[in-house]
Design a protein around this ligand. Structure first.
Ligand code: 5GP
Ligand code: ZN
Length: 137
């Protein structure tokens, strides 16, 4: 299912641009435009659902399968000592885009997280980080 008003449905379908890290029939992984740390990736199912429980269980399983693969690649690409995998449901939890997604956020000692969905990064810098992750996949 696709929602014509949803930006992540459009990114998933390729009608809105993104800096891609990985893609298959069921999921798309791309760079967060307002990263909380360098290397912050989002993974979406290509079917629409606002909350984790709104998508079919097999779509959730595919999302997590790809999340595992991307988290491992991000860890190895940046030799990150920590990887945060985050998934927010509802505005009260901090969700700002109402299409299910996983955040993969590398964590480094002494580098605090930036505020959530606040500051746009340089697209050229995001493209370089994406290339390092793609090589590690
Ligand atoms: P949420 O707050 O829903 O958990 O996360 C939404 C994420 O999407 C935020 O981290 C935000 O920076 C990111 N984001 C919002 N709009 C866009 C966009 O148009 N493109 C990309 N690549 N990321 C976006
Ligand atoms: Zn959607």
């Amino acid at each position: 299912m696709i929602d014509d008003t949803c930006i992540f449905c459009k990114i998933g379908a390729g009608t809105l641009p993104s800096i891609k890290v990985a893609e298959d029939d069921k999921t798309l992984s791309f760079m967060d435009i307002m990263p909380q740390s360098p290397g912050h990736v989002l993974i979406i199912p290509k079917t629409h659902g606002a909350m984790l429980w709104d998508i079919p269980a097999d779509a959730a399983a595919e999302l997590m399968r790809q999340g595992q693969r991307v988290a491992s690649a991000v860890q190895r690409a940046f030799d990150a000592p920590g990887i945060m995998v985050m998934q927010l449901n509802g505005a009260a939890a901090g969700q700002t885009v109402f299409h299910v997604h996983l955040h993969v956020i590398p964590r480094f000692g002494g580098l605090d997280l930036k505020l959530h969905a606040r500051e746009k990064a340089d697209p050229a810098e995001l493209a370089k980080l994406a290339e390092r992750i793609r090589v590690a996949l």
